[in-house]
Design a protein around this ligand. Structure first.
Ligand code: NAD
Length: 500
């Protein structure tokens, strides 16, 4: 049953915006196809106001003691843990992923809040006594100011949480621009910061499209930009924001390969490929979309995949199904067009997800798990990031051919090898040109105290997300050289200072 769409608006200075938006966009429940929300889209002027609000709040926050900042972090962590089921329900309602999966993403975000709660330890500098006679040298790290986070639709809670707890803990103010497709979870999480005692204006959410993003990328008071999304937009964000003097990390798209060697446990590999290929309907930047099988075991592996795919249930994420719908009708149509292209290009369509039955509304954005075999590197279903439940099997003759295939791909986000041979696995981790590697682990998403990031077209910039990379990204270093006791008066000397 359709109800009137709810208004979804900006959060600035600790309050929901009460203005009138000239432009709005629709938010859907992907399992029913209903329009459930109407989202305010910010103008460039409104983005400017939000940045000014953040800039003003930042000055006091940057000077707030680490002890007080840590208390806010702990309180936020507790609130997020207590409300994680509510946040997960919001994610499922707008993204479509099944509830368990939505809860999983909140939990991974929570781990970053836990990491950031250790900020006094993480921001510690170094001290060298007597670097020169009676001269001490020490290093400190200071916050940047206002930082922008621009996030994609596929992890509406976790991706913002990769960045925001660390940015706030290290003394910055944040403006988040979430995806316009599923914005409600980001707003709900942002409101928890106020409850946790964060001063108004330190955490803000502005909704919008290119106009809002461009305003953030060019605003002189935005010091750094953390972006996650598709590769063309990541490249654009990196080029535009760096041209405007900002520090930028822009994480892009992916095409993740799983290489299965002949000695692998094929049941384990088949389970892993199904989970990593079809979890969240393939709408994960770490989804496995290319299964690279050494010829001798390929037939057996495809048979095991097919058996497992028959048991998967696709439907409304609130009904205990394995897989939900795609995020929008337009995205479903795009993914379906790739299935048609794969058939046209000569790949063998082993399981056709277009023919499935779905446990959800007739107008939901459905496509069932789909499997192609005999895919070749020239086909568009291999070349492009499809971002849907379409798994392609590519057959290779050897480990070397599999490795070359992976390294020739322009993306380098995640990859996995399945084998019982420790030597082969070690060679792979050394030789593969990918930022995150799994050994018998299909989705090797690093824990919060390591950093998340890909190589090549999967990341523009030098630092990865969270872990110590995150702390360094949101702070800048300063080194102080000091002399206090018995300053020696050596008289005038225009030579370069030397240590003695
Ligand atoms: P997207 O690139 O369409 O959008 C990402 C963000 O950019 C959104 O906030 C959107 O509003 C904004 N945006 C879109 N078009 C823009 C434009 N022309 N100018 C300025 N801003 C624009 O990505 P998406 O569809 O929301 O998310 C899926 C993509 O994100 C996939 O490619 C996926 O691989 C990638 N992703 C990557 C990672 C990673 O860690 N590398 C993680 C999650 C998702």
């Amino acid at each position: 049953m359709s109800t009137e769409p709810a208004r979804i608006t900006h959060l600035m200075g600790g309050r929901l915006w009460d203005g009138t938006s000239e432009r709005t966009s629709e938010v859907f429940n992907p399992a029913s196809g209903d329009v459930t929300g109407r989202l305010d889209l910010a103008s460039a002027d409104l983005v400017g106001e939000v940045v000014t609000t953040a800039r003003t709040a930042w000055e006091a926050w940057a000077n707030t003691s680490l002890a007080k900042r840590t208390q806010v972090l702990f309180a936020f962590r507790e609130l997020l843990n207590a409300r994680k089921h509510e946040i997960a329900a919001l994610i499922t309602a707008e993204h479509g992923k099944v509830l368990d999966d939505a809860l999983g993403e909140v939990t991974r975000g929570l781990e970053v809040a836990e990491f950031a709660s250790g900020i006094p330890q993480l921001m510690k500098g170094g001290f060298t006594e007597n670097a020169s006679t009676k001269v001490d040298v020490y290093s400190i790290r200071q916050p940047l100011g206002v930082v922008a986070v621009i996030s994609p639709f596929n992890f509406p809670a976790m991706v913002p949480l990769w960045f925001i707890p660390i940015a706030i803990a290290s003394g910055n103010a944040v403006v988040l621009k979430p995806s316009e497709k599923d914005p409600s979870a980001a707003v709900a999480v942002a409101r928890l910061w106020t409850e946790a005692g964060l001063p108004d204006g330190v955490m803000n959410v502005v909704h919008g499209d290119k106009e809002a993003v461009d305003a953030l990328l060019t605003h002189p008071d935005v010091r750094a930009v953390s972006f996650v999304g598709s590769t063309p937009i990541a490249r654009y964000v990196y080029e535009t924001a760096t041209a405007h003097g900002k520090r930028v990390q822009a994480l892009g798209g992916a095409k993740n390969h799983m290489l299965v060697l002949p000695d692998a446990d094929l049941d384990l590999a088949a389970d892993a490929a199904i989970n990593a290929g079809f979890g969240s309907a393939g709408e994960r930047c770490m989804a496995i979309s290319a299964l690279v099988a050494v010829d001798t075991i390929a037939d057996e592996l495809v048979e095991k995949l097919t058996d497992r795919m028959r048991k998967l249930r696709t439907g409304d994420g609130t009904r205990g199904c394995d897989m939900g719908p795609l995020v929008t009708g337009a995205h479903r149509d795009r993914v379906t067009s790739y299935v048609e292209a794969g058939v046209g290009e000569g790949a063998a369509l082993v399981v056709d997800g277009r023919k499935d039955e779905f446990d959800g509304g007739d107008q939901g954005f459905w496509l069932g798990p789909t499997l192609f075999d005999n895919v070749t590197p020239q086909m568009s279903i291999y070349r492009d990031e499809i971002f849907g439940p379409v798994l392609s099997v590519l057959r290779v003759k050897s480990y070397e051919e599999g490795l070359d295939l992976i390294n020739a791909n322009p993306y380098g986000n995640g990859t996995a090898i399945f084998t019982k041979d420790g030597g082969a696995a070690r060679r792979f981790q050394n030789q593969v040109e990918v930022g995150m590697v799994g050994i018998n682990v299909p989705i090797p998403v690093p824990v919060s105290y390591y950093s998340f990031g890909g190589w090549k077209d999967s990341l523009f910039g030098d630092t990865h997300a969270h872990g110590m990379d995150g702390v360094h990204f949101y702070t800048r270093g300063k080194v102080v050289t000091s002399r206090w006791l018995d300053p020696s008066h050596g008289g005038l000397n225009l030579g370069f200072p030397q240590n003695d």
